[in-house]
Design a protein around this ligand. Structure first.
Ligand SMILES: CC(=O)SCCNC(=O)CCNC(=O)[C@H](O)C(C)(C)COP(=O)(O)OP(=O)(O)OC[C@H]1O[C@@H](n2cnc3c(N)ncnc32)[C@H](O)[C@@H]1OP(=O)(O)O
Length: 210
């Protein structure tokens, strides 16, 4: 089995480890984290902080998966690792449904119970979290996160780095702007501009994001 490292040692790393183990495609060498208080996570050893990465590359370990929920930090680490010569791997649960007609980018994480339906596009480094739904013809741009139980109907577009909170719902054809946040449980009935936070039913803007 090909060797892989996990970047990040928080809660999201626990589920990514679980998925990679259930895929039976990769041998997880360990995880890195800049908090050096770790010893192991779900039985997977702590390797060190980011300073260890060049040595791992020299040993021929090239595959990585960034297991960090924060979209901006996940983007930064993804780019740093790709630029350094590492290769992103996707972690797709065997208990998710991903249509053969969907396009899946690099370093994508799809959790158990999620559905990615026909002709949807999921770009690089996106998280499709537990029990969420991305229906036909949706486009999820890089570094976005669809949180647990969020439901996107057909033809929804989610901009780079946007975050759709747990249980949020988006009606067909809506565009969610890049780096915007949709609050948990919100129902989005109209387009959301970039860099704002919207909440409620129907979702309304409560803040601009810097
Ligand atoms: C596996 C995992 O755990 S993945 C992680 C999943 N996480 C989530 O889904 C979290 C989603 N986060 C939220 O919904 C947050 O409440 C946010 C991001 C929308 C807002 O957070 P903050 O910016 O800290 O806003 P804050 O808590 O100060 O609330 C501001 C106002 O909006 C209201 N509000 C906040 N979130 C919501 C919401 N989801 N729905 C309705 N109203 C909301 C608050 O009640 C408050 O109203 P008030 O000013 O009248 O008192």
């Amino acid at each position: 089995m090909e060797k892989i490292i996990i970047i990040g040692g928080g809660g999201h790393a626990k589920v990514v480890i679980d998925i990679l183990q259930s895929m039976e495609t990769y041998d997880i060498v360990g995880f890195t984290d800049n908090d050096d208080q770790h010893l192991s996570l779900c039985g997977i050893p702590y390797l060190g902080n980011d300073a260890i990465l060049p040595a791992l590359l020299e040993k021929g370990i090239t595959k990585f998966c960034v297991a960090i929920g924060d979209n901006r930090l996940r983007k930064k680490l993804f780019h740093n690792l790709v630029t350094s010569g590492f290769k992103p791997a996707s972690a797709i649960s065997p208990f998710a449904y991903v249509s053969h007609h969907a396009k899946i980018g690099r370093g994508v994480v799809i959790l158990p119970g999620a559905v990615v339906n026909s002709c949807a596009t999921i770009e690089d480094n996106v998280i499709i979290n537990t029990l969420s739904g991305v229906d036909h013809d949706c486009i999820i741009y890089s570094h976005a996160h669809i949180a647990p139980g969020a439901s996107l109907t057909g033809n929804v577009t989610v901009g780079e780095g946007a975050f759709l909170g747990a249980g949020s719902k988006v009606i067909p054809g809506i565009e969610v702007g890049e780096w915007s946040i949709i609050g948990a449980g919100s129902v989005v009935l109209s387009n959301v501009p970039p860099n704002v936070t919207v909440v409620g039913v129907p979702a309304n803007k409560i803040a601009n994001r810097g």
